[in-house]
Design a protein around this ligand. Structure first.
Ligand code: SF4
Length: 347
């Protein structure tokens, strides 16, 4: 999936779910309560196509929300049939679906391939059976492994989704889940910190004081470590944190409108601190790729202030030679002495 990738998202709330997970209210998460029809899909595609930046080669039709492969076969095929026509006439490059790990079989995968599905995302959430059970997921870690292997064997792109701050989970548990998921070699990963939505089992646990959600700070700190695990394995993290949700439904938890940016920014801070800790206090230049400048500086210059409080006065500069998630640190140079390809200063 390139940086310009786009999804035309169609939400299929809950209808394929055999149970209700502790944290889930798909209507709130997706902002959609109705069951989509073939006509709804056509309208969504027409709307996307009318955008001046529409690029069919980088756009997928995405059935998200409920457990797509577990919905009734006749209805599922009616949606796939419309999608397949758009794939065939080149309006979209393929179809993505998200589903439960225990709703993948050889027959289902053949069907998906036949209709032009290119990617399957599994809601794994945790690789700890105890945590899965506590959160009423209704599947096991073994189901995740089996489904992931089948999806890869069917030559479909594999996406995996995990959560942090689940009821009964710990930071170490989430790190272990990330390592287990990375070992399945997915092409993409989404990471969602658990948000307490009203009218869920988790909300009842929260009200009783049994469940304590993560804070934004604790979720950011953990997710920056999870990012490191996936980047190390060259696995793309395509989402960090829930999209906009109806805030009247959010009772507690680490929801933040720029959660992903905060995590990426923390990752760059951690990378800088790891290198600086071996250097004497003083003035330094931090070189990063062009896209990483604002993340390295941090929201409201927070990273630079943290570094300064630790005794390191830093300027962030561009090095076009550096790939994302890499930085180089050298003693601060005046503008006159700066190297040719380190062309821009942001301090
Ligand atoms: S399987 Fe997915 S969509 Fe269904 S209740 Fe659980 S989290 Fe929600």
């Amino acid at each position: 999936m390139s940086a310009r990738h786009a999804n035309i998202s169609v939400f299929v709330p809950h209808i394929g779910c055999k149970n209700r997970c502790s944290f889930c209210d798909q209507v709130t998460i997706s902002g959609s309560s109705g069951v989509p029809t073939a006509n709804d899909i056509k309208k969504a595609v027409a709307l996307a196509e009318s955008s001046k930046n529409y690029d069919p080669k980088n756009t997928e039709l995405a059935f998200f929300g409920g457990s797509f492969t577990a919905i009734k076969a006749e209805y599922r095929r009616s949606l796939l049939k419309v999608g397949a026509e758009f794939v065939k006439n080149g309006t979209v490059r393929g179809i993505r679906v998200s589903t439960r790990p225990d709703a993948i079989s050889a027959d289902i995968l053949s069907e998906l391939s036949a209709y032009g599905v290119t990617s399957v995302e599994l809601g794994a959430q945790s690789m700890d059976d105890r945590v899965l059970k506590l959160n009423r997921r209704g599947h096991t870690a073994a189901d995740v492994r089996n489904a992931a292997q089948r999806i890869k064997a069917a030559n479909l792109e594999l996406g995996l989704q995990m959560m942090t701050g689940l009821y009964g989970d710990t930071d170490d548990g989430a790190l272990k889940t990330a390592a287990d998921l990375a070992a399945l070699s997915p092409e993409t990963v989404r990471i969602y910190p658990t948000i307490v939505l009203r009218d869920t089992y988790l909300f009842a646990l929260y009200e009783k004081g049994v469940y304590k959600p993560q804070t934004v700070e604790s979720a950011v700190a953990l997710c920056a470590e999870l990012l490191k695990i996936f980047h190390r394995e060259n696995i793309r993290v395509i989402r960090l944190g829930l999209h906009d949700v109806d805030q009247t439904k959010v009772a507690a938890g680490p929801w933040h409108p720029a959660f992903g940016e905060l995590c990426e920014s923390r990752l760059y801070l951690n990378l800088a601190l790891a290198q600086l800790k071996n250097l004497p206090r003083g003035r330094y230049d931090i070189f990063v790729s062009p896209a990483a400048v604002s993340k390295t500086v941090g929201q409201h210059r927070q990273n630079l202030e943290t570094l300064s409080a630790a005794g390191y006065d830093c300027c962030v500069k561009i090095s076009k030679a550096l790939p994302p998630y890499h930085l180089e640190i050298s003693s601060h140079q005046s503008e006159k002495r700066k190297e040719r390809n380190h062309a821009f200063k942001v301090d």
